[in-house]
Structure formats: C-alpha cells, structure tokens
Design a binder for this molecule. Structure first.
Ligand SMILES: Nc1nc2c(c(=O)[nH]1)N[C@@H](CN(C=O)c1ccc(C(=O)N[C@@H](CCC(=O)O)C(=O)O)cc1)CN2
Ligand SMILES: NCC(=O)N[C@@H]1O[C@H](COP(=O)([O-])[O-])[C@@H](O)[C@H]1O
Length: 185
C-alpha cells in the first residue's frame, strides 16, 4: 500500500476528492495533509477523513523541515493539489518521478511564476481562448515544466467569466486527478 502525502495551500477541494478516492483503494492511502497556511480550509477537510495534518512555513520548507516529516512518515508519493510555493530542489530529488502536480490550464500555455488559481482563468478569458483544461505533470525544478502525464480540455464560450471557467476546470480536476494518481501507483 503506497503512502501518499498531499500538499495544499488553500481550500482543498482536490485534496478532498483524492481522500475520497483512496478511502476505497487497495493501492494507496492518504496518510498526511501538509500546508504552508495554518488557516487553509484543506486542514478542516483532512479532519473529516481522520487524516493527520502538518503545517510549515516557507522558511521551514526551505530548511528541510518538510522533507524530514515526509521521510519520517515514509511517504512514497507527494501530491501537489493547489500548493502555491516553489518546491525546493532537495525535496524534488528525494522523490524522483514521485511528485505530481495539477495545473488548471493546458500547459505549456499559462504556466510559470504568477500563473496560479484565478490568475490563470483570467488570462484565458482575456485572451479569448475557445478552450482550456487541466494538466497533471511530474514536478521538476521549474514551475510547470515537468513531464506531462495527463491533459483534459473543456470548451470556453464568449459568455464564460473567469469564475465559470474555474468551475469547468475544477469539474475536470475532480473527475480525473484522483484516478490518474491511482493509475500511477
Ligand atoms: N519546483 C516546483 N514547484 C512547484 C511546481 C512545479 O512545477 N515545480 N508547481 C507549483 C504549482 N503551480 C502550478 O501548477 C504554481 C504555484 C504557484 C506559482 C506562483 O507563482 N507562486 C507565487 C507565490 C504565491 C504565494 O506565495 O501565494 C510565486 O512563486 O511568486 C506558480 C505555479 C507548486 N510548486
Ligand atoms: N498553479 C497551481 C494552481 O493554480 N493550482 C490550482 O489551485 C486550485 C486549488 O483548488 P483546491 O484547493 O480547491 O483543490 C486548483 O484549481 C489547482 O489546479
């Protein structure tokens, strides 16, 4: 049974769907939810599933505190689900090909520093794109440049707002991210 840790900085709707998926899985178990924000709602969601939580600061992450915790918990896979800090190289090296991220756009479009959350959907709307989607990828030393594992698209109409685009993207994330993770284990 593989041991999964989820890193998230905010609401955690993806983390919740992943915890639901692995409640009934024989391949993996979510054993830790970790956040750089002590007020993140994802920590409340973890309590519903009796998953232990861990909070840390950017400085602590960069000093190796998060890596030490992941090693202590014998984590096999690290899942980034709305995590908004750059993962340090040392942490990436500790989980070669075992760290996965979800990005709310069709990379390589709309990736890189500053491209997260509503910023992405606002850019898609501003550019008048006729589609958007999700990308699930391995994590490397650069934002959003790791090997792409999965992508799914959804149409965008002129009537869509950044908010309705976000809803469409979230629906894709919730539909596919849990299953793609399980397929990797
Ligand atoms: N080494 C890596 N770390 C992270 C990656 C990655 O691919 N390699 N993915 C991100 C997730 N992400 C997009 O999918 C992403 C998250 C945040 C940012 C960003 O610009 N962050 C801001 C800080 C925001 C904040 O502190 O609230 C910044 O760096 O200035 C870009 C992309 C997770 N980590
Ligand atoms: N570039 C990273 C990024 O923008 N990630 C995005 O943050 C949201 C988190 O939602 P959630 O907290 O409800 O799962 C998700 O849409 C995810 O793709």
């Amino acid at each position: 049974m593989k041991r999964l840790a989820i890193l998230a900085s905010g609401s955690g709707s993806n983390a919740e769907k992943i915890m639901e998926q692995f409640q009934k899985s024989t391949k993996g178990k979510v054993v830790l939810i970790a956040s750089n924000k002590s007020e993140a709602f994802v920590l409340e969601r973890a309590k519903k599933f009796d998953v232990p939580t861990f909070t840390f600061s950017k400085k602590e992450m960069e000093a190796g505190v998060l890596l030490k915790k992941l090693q202590e918990e014998q984590i096999d896979w690290v899942i980034l689900a709305g995590f908004l800090l750059k993962i340090p190289d040392e942490l990436i090296r500790a989980f070669p090909e075992r760290m996965v991220n979800i990005h709310p756009a069709l990379l390589p479009n709309y990736g890189g520093k500053g491209m997260y959350g509503m910023h992405v959907h606002e850019a898609v709307k501003a550019n008048g794109d006729q589609q958007t989607g999700i990308t699930i990828h391995l994590v490397n030393e650069h934002y959003d440049e790791g090997k792409i594992i999965f992508q799914a698209a959804t149409p965008v109409s002129k009537e869509d707002s950044p908010e309705t685009i976000a809803q469409k993207v979230h629906a894709l994330e919730h539909r596919y991210f849990p299953e793609v993770i399980e397929s990797l284990l």
